[in-house]
Design a protein around this ligand. Structure first.
Ligand code: DGJ
Length: 660
C-alpha cells in the first residue's frame, strides 16, 4: 500500500476474531455459498493502525466437502485516501516435502495442458496480465510431494474464483519452507481507497489431498457443484445443441439455419445455436461489434420468425453475443470512440480487428446490457453463448480520473460480472455458456454465472484429450463445453472416427458443430445413436465421481477416464487407442472407484456400425460366458483386457453396472 504521504510501509496485526455460521457473499464478486450446517467462517479482524485500515481475513471451512476458502476485505477508516498496490487473497506456508508444482498452460486451441516443475529457491509464477484468466496460464496452482500420482501422495492446491489478471507464486525460502500465494495480479493494479471505502479481494479455494490428484479433482468437482454453481441447469440434462459456427461461419441465413434445425431435430438434437454473424454488417470479423441489431438480409423479418420456426420444428433456440467488444468499423464506435479502452493520444492495438469496451464505465455496462436484453426480450431465446475474442491491451480509460487509472482491469471484471448478474436476474431460466476465443475464460469466477463454459475452439478429439484432462483436473465434467465436429478437423486437419469424436464429447456437455445437411447417411445414423447414448449416460457423467485411468499426454499411446456413480453401482469409462501398436494383443486396464465387494457386469460398447454393438468386455479378459459377474476387487486389482483394434484413434465405452 501507499499512503497519502507516499509511505509504502504496512504492519498488519491481529485485533480479534469471530466465527460465523455459513458463508458470507462478497459484494460485486462471485463467491462460494453454503449454510451453517455445511460451512462455518472464521473472521480474523486485523488492523494497520497508523494507516487506519481495517483488514478482515475470511476463512470458510466447508466440512462437507473438505475445502477451505479465503478472501480478504480492506476498509479505510481514516480521513485520507490510501492506494492498495498488492493484495493477495491467500497465502500458505509449509514445510517443503520435495514439492513439484502442478499447473495448467496453453494457447488458443491448446488450453490447460498439465505441467510440472520442481519447487526450489527460484520463485515459480503463473499469472495473467491479459485482462482475463487467459488461454496461456490458468489461476490454479498445486504443489505435490515428489512421486504423487493420481491415486497416491499429497497435494495442496489453490484455485481462484476470479476471471481477470491473477498471480500465483510458490517459492522455497532459506529455511526450506515453502510459501504459496494467490491473488489479483499487482501488475498495473493500483486501487485508490477513499475514506470510508472498502475493497474486496476475490476468493481462493484451497484443497488438500493425502490420496493423490484424483481425490483433489473430485474434491474441487464436488465443491463447485455444491457450493459455487447456481444455475437451475446444474443438475439437469442440458439440451443437446447444434452450433452453426463450424458449419457455416459467417455465411448463413434463416433458410440455412432452418434446414439445419429440421435435420438435426430428426436425429435427436434439441437446440439450434446461431453463432457469430447475425447482426448489422457482420459478414466477416472486420466489423460491426457493438451494433446489435438483426441483419434482415440474412434473417428476413428479424429474429422472431426464425425462432418461432425453429420452435415449431421442435427445437429450442440459442444465440451468440460478444457484448464486451467494439469494432472500429461500427456505428457504435462512430458515436462513442471514447468507449473503447485506449490510452489518450495513442492508437490502441487491434486484435481480431476489434477493440475492447471500457467496462469500468457504468454507462457502457448499462448500454451493452440493454443491447443484449432487448434481443432476448424479442423472441423465445433459451440459451446465450457469451463470447470474448480478444485480450486487453492499451490500458487506459477516458472515464477514470488519473488516480483511478490503475483500477481499470479489475473494474472491467466487476463490470462483466454485474452485466451477467443482471442477465440472470432478468432471465432466470436462461442457459448461459461463457466462452472466450475458445477457453480463455474457463474459470471458477465464470462458473458462478454459467453452469458450462466452452472449453476450446479445438474440437479435434485427440487434442481434446489433453484439454479435457487438464480442465477436469479442477472443474466438473458437467461444466466442459464439448462438441462433435466435422473432419478433417478445422483446427488441426486430423481425421478421427465419428464414434471417437462422440465418445470424447460425451465426457463434457455434449453437442454438435457441423453441417448436418451435408454429412453422409452413416454419420447421420451415428448421430442418432450418439444422442441416445447422451440420454443414457449424461446423469452419470454430470453427477458422478471422476477417475483418470491413463493419460495420452503422459504415455503417448492411449487415454482413459471415467465416471462412477456416488453409490458405486454404475460407471462409464471412455478408452481411446490413440496410436495402434504392432504385435499388441490386448491392454490390461485396472479400473478405479468401484466397490471391492460388489459384483459387476462389464459391457464394451462400440458404435462403429452406426448402432451400438455391445460385447461382453469381460470375455476379452476371462474365459467365461457373456453376462459373467466380476467382483469390483478383480476389476480394480487385476483389471480388464481391452483387445487391440486396427487403426489409430479408435475408442470404446466401457459400461459397468452392479448386479445388486
Ligand atoms: C470464438 C468462439 O470460441 C467460437 O466458437 C465462435 O463463437 C467464434 N468466436 C465466433 O466469432
Amino acid at each position: 500500500m501507499e499512503n497519502a504521504e507516499g509511505y509504502t510501509a504496512a504492519g498488519i496485526n491481529y485485533v480479534s476474531y469471530e466465527i460465523i455460521g455459513g458463508k458470507p457473499g462478497i459484494e460485486g464478486l462471485p463467491a462460494s455459498f453454503g449454510d451453517a450446517s455445511e460451512v462455518s467462517t472464521l473472521v480474523l479482524h486485523c488492523a494497520d493502525k497508523p494507516n487506519k485500515l481495517k483488514i478482515d481475513l475470511y476463512y470458510s471451512v466447508f466440512e462437507d466437502v473438505d475445502v477451505i476458502t479465503r478472501f480478504v476485505t480492506v476498509t479505510n477508516e481514516g480521513s485520507d485516501f490510501i492506494f492498495l498496490k498488492k493484495l493477495y487473497s491467500a497465502c500458505l506456508d509449509m514445510e517443503n516435502k520435495d514439492f513439484e508444482t502442478i499447473t495448467l498452460h496453453g494457447s488458443w486451441a491448446r488450453e490447460r495442458h498439465i505441467e510440472n516443475a520442481r519447487v526450489g529457491h527460484m520463485k515459480y509464477t503463473v499469472e495473467s496480465t491479459r485482462g482475463e484468466s487467459s488461454h496461456q496460464d490458468h489461476p490454479f496452482l498445486g504443489v505435490k510431494s515428489h512421486g504423487t500420482t493420481d491415486d497416491f501422495g499429497e497435494v495442496y492446491a489453490m484455485n481462484f474464483v476470479y476471471s481477470g489478471n491473477f498471480k500465483a507464486t510458490v517459492q522455497e525460502d532459506q529455511f526450506d519452507n515453502v510459501r504459496m500465494t494467490m491473488g489479483i495480479n499487482p501488475d498495473n493494479f493500483k486501487w485508490c481507497l477513499k475514506p470510508g471505502e472498502k475493497f474486496n479481494a476475490p476468493e481462493v479455494v484451497m484443497v488438500y489431498s493425502a490420496s493423490g490428484l484424483g481425490n483433489m479433482s473430485r474434491t474441487f468437482h464436488d465443491f463447485y457443484r455444491k457450493h459455487l454453481i447456481r444455475s437451475p441447469y446444474l443438475h439437469k440434462k442440458r439440451p443437446i445443441l447444434i452450433n452453426n459456427w463450424e458449419a457455416t461461419y459467417f455465411d448463413f441465413n434463416s433458410e440455412k439455419l432452418v434446414s439445419i434445425a429440421r435435420q438435426a431435430h430428426e436425429l435427436g438434437i434439441e437446440m439450434l445455436v446461431m453463432d457469430d454473424g447475425w447482426f448489422s454488417n457482420r459478414f466477416d470479423d472486420n466489423r460491426s461489434l457493438g451494433d446489435w441489431w438483426v441483419n434482415e438480409d440474412k434473417l428476413p423479418g428479424g429474429l422472431k420468425p426464425l425462432v418461432d420456426k425453429v420452435n415449431e420444428i421442435g427445437m429450442k433456440f440459442g444465440i451468440w453475443f460478444e457484448p464486451e467488444m467494439i469494432s472500429p468499423e461500427s456505428e457504435l464506435y462512430k458515436k462513442h470512440p471514447d468507449w473503447a479502452i485506449a490510452v489518450l493520444g495513442r492508437e490502441p492495438a487491434k486484435s481480431r480487428n476489434q477493440f475492447v469496451l471500457d467496462l469500468s464505465r457504468p454507462e457502457v455496462v448499462d448500454y451493452m446490457y440493454e443491447q443484449v436484453a432487448k434481443i432476448l426480450r424479442s423472441a423465445n431465446i433459451e440459451y446465450v453463448k457469451w463470447d470474448m475474442n480478444r485480450q486487453l491491451t492499451d490500458l487506459g480509460s477516458a472515464y477514470l480520473p488519473p488516480e483511478r487509472m490503475g483500477e481499470l482491469s479489475h473494474r472491467y471484471v466487476l463490470g462483466l460480472y454485474s452485466m451477467q448478474e443482471r442477465l440472470l436476474k432478468e432471465f432466470p431460466n436462461l442457459l448461459l455458456e461463457n466462452c472466450s476465443g475458445g477457453g480463455a475464460r474457463f474459470d471458477a469466477g465464470e462458473l458462478y454465472y454459467s453452469p458450462q463454459i466452452w472449453c476450446s475452439d479445438d474440437t479435434d478429439a485427440i487434442e481434446r484429450l489433453s484439454i479435457q484432462e487438464g480442465t477436469s483436473l479442477v472443474y466438473p465434467l458437467s461444466t466442459m463445453g464439448a462438441h462433435v465436429s466435422d473432419v478433417p478437423n478445422h483446427t488441426v486437419g486430423r481425421v478421427t472416427p465419428f464414434e471417437t469424436r462422440g465418445h470424447v464429447a460425451l465426457f463434457g456437455t455434449f453437442g454438435y458443430e457441423l453441417d448436418v445437411t451435408k454429412i453422409s447417411q452413416e454419420d447421420r445414423d451415428m448421430i442418432r445413436t450418439q444422442t441416445e447414448m447422451y440420454h443414457r449416460y449424461n446423469d452419470l457423467v454430470r453427477e458422478g465421481d471422476y477417475y483418470r485411468i491413463a493419460s495420452y499426454r503422459q504415455n503417448g499411446s492411449f487415454d482413459m477416464c471415467g465416471v462412477v456413480s456416488k453409490d458405486k453401482k454404475e460407471a462409464v469409462f471412455v478408452y481411446v487407442q490413440v496410436l495402434a501398436e504392432a504385435n499388441m494383443h490386448a491392454r490390461r486396464i485396472r479400473l478405479k472407484g468401484l466397490k471391492e465387494d460388489l459384483k459387476y457386469r462389464v459391457s464394451n460398447i462400440n458404435e462403429s456400425a452406426g448402432k451400438a454393438e455391445v460385447s461382453d468386455g469381460a470375455s476379452d479378459a476371462y474365459a467365461g460366458g457373456p453376462g459373467m459377474l466380476i467382483g469390483g476387487d478383480v476389476l480394480m486389482n487385476f483389471g480388464i483386457l481391452l483387445s487391440r483394434r486396427m487403426g489409430d484413434f479408435k475408442s470404446s465405452l466401457i459400461h459397468i453396472t452392479s448386479a445388486e
